[in-house]
Write a protein that binds this ligand. Structure first.
Ligand SMILES: NC(=O)c1ccc[n+]([C@@H]2O[C@H](COP(=O)([O-])OP(=O)(O)OC[C@H]3O[C@@H](n4cnc5c(N)ncnc54)[C@H](OP(=O)(O)O)[C@@H]3O)[C@@H](O)[C@H]2O)c1
Length: 349
């Protein structure tokens, strides 16, 4: 349990926002609509944001009295938890998260590789865990995916199974409805050969987290996988003209991408995850199929909105993270997740 549980229930949960980009801003706007929780500080390295009031950065028409600082060391406020949203990669997130832990802050991060970091860098995962325990705080990596649709939701659905032969989950997104940076991230508008060159250089990933989701599912079930295999990003080529608010893609050009990953056991793919994001997807959905006893099969259509869903999972995890035992945790280690619509203080236990 966090030491902060000793504080009187009438003090709000104090939050520091570390990273005020698209997702950090969505999280901040949601926090402002919640009771019993308060943003007390903000850090972001982008020069155009530094020194401005957080209200201006997140698109409010009012000031919040929270200036965006370039450096955590300059932040002179007490807080209970930091929401970290700067990077997908554990090696980049690690020094930032280590500094937050040293300040005695619980941390929830949208860093995809932190959602199940043991398969990325065991040493860093161990250091985060040990440091968090020393400082009596809890650290969690989460979001919509990884963090929910292809791992926590799948894991929860397996609870009704007596036997499981294999698991398949798929997420399909119409990228035309997303921000321009997302459309660029999936290579929309590129020639197929340009896409393949960039993908080979690791410049187009499209999605990070399938491997982490597979590892989390397998660990929950007690499956010892021989291998987690991920195919290179595959371009989806348009056979008609498609467009979004920002770009137009001619037939024969790349409209988005597909990523596939497999958890292999006894030479067979026991867990298959497929992520597709492209302009002009006819149907957006999240789908889970568990071939087991009983069979569990479900489709959520349209798919859960990525940015809104990420902000919700992060914010709704706040009391659960503060209340969890110290150390590095993953979604499977915490209480069953839910929305929190009441006063956050009454969810501290
Ligand atoms: N798990 C999930 O489901 C999920 C969902 C959504 C997003 N994510 C991940 O969450 C991360 C944030 O997403 P986003 O869309 O908000 O990205 P973004 O718009 O690029 O925002 C990131 C912000 O963090 C700042 N930043 C980077 N390094 C920093 C540092 N060392 N100290 C302080 N600020 C720093 C950036 O400044 P500069 O622009 O100057 O670098 C930028 O303002 C991404 O890696 C994204 O992939 C995960």
């Amino acid at each position: 349990m966090s030491e902060d549980l000793d504080k009187p229930l009438n003090s709000e949960i104090r939050v520091i926002l570390f990273g005020a980009g698209a997702i950090g801003s969505e999280i901040a706007r949601l926090l402002l609509r919640r009771r019993g929780v308060k943003i007390v500080g903000a850090v972001d390295a982008a020069p155009e944001k530094i020194g401005k009031d957080l209200g201006d950065i997140i698109g409010l028409e009012r000031k919040l009295g929270v200036p965006v600082l370039s450096n955590l060391d300059d932040l002179n406020v007490e807080a209970d938890i930091a929401i970290h949203a700067t990077t997908s990669f554990l090696k980049d997130a690690y020094p930032q998260i280590a500094a937050l832990i040293k300040r005695g802050l619980n941390v929830i991060s949208t860093c995809e590789e932190l959602s199940y970091p043991y398969i990325i860098n065991e040493e860093i995962a161990k250091e985060i865990d040990e440091s968090a325990r020393r400082h009596s705080v809890t650290v969690l990596g989460t979001g919509i995916n990884p963090g929910f649709v292809m791992d926590t939701l799948v894991i929860t659905l397996t609870a009704v199974c007596q036997e499981i032969r294999c698991i398949h989950a798929e997420r399909v997104i119409d990228a035309a409805k997303r921000r321009l940076p997302f459309q660029k991230k999936i290579g929309a508008g590129l020639r197929p050969e340009e896409f393949r060159e960039k993908a080979a250089k690791g410049e187009i990933l499209g999605h990070v987290g399938l491997r982490e989701s597979i590892a989390m599912i397998a660990s929950s079930l007690g499956w010892k996988l021989e291998e987690i295999r991920e195919d290179p990003a595959e371009p989806i080529i348009s056979n008609e003209k498609v467009k979004s608010e920002f770009i137009s893609v001619e037939p024969g050009f790349v409209t988005g991408l597909s990523r596939k990953a497999y958890g292999i056991m006894s030479g067979e793919p026991k867990i298959t995850l497929i992520f597709r994001a492209y302009l002009g997807a006819r149907e957006e959905y999240d789908c889970v199929m568990i071939d087991g006893e009983p069979v569990v099969c479900g489709k959520i259509s349209p798919c859960i909105h990525g940015d809104k869903g990420t902000a919700a999972v992060v914010v709704n995890s706040i009391p659960r993270v503060i209340g969890a035992p110290p150390g590095l945790k993953t979604m499977k280690d915490l209480q069953v997740p839910s929305a929190i619509l009441g006063d956050f203080r009454s969810f501290l236990y």
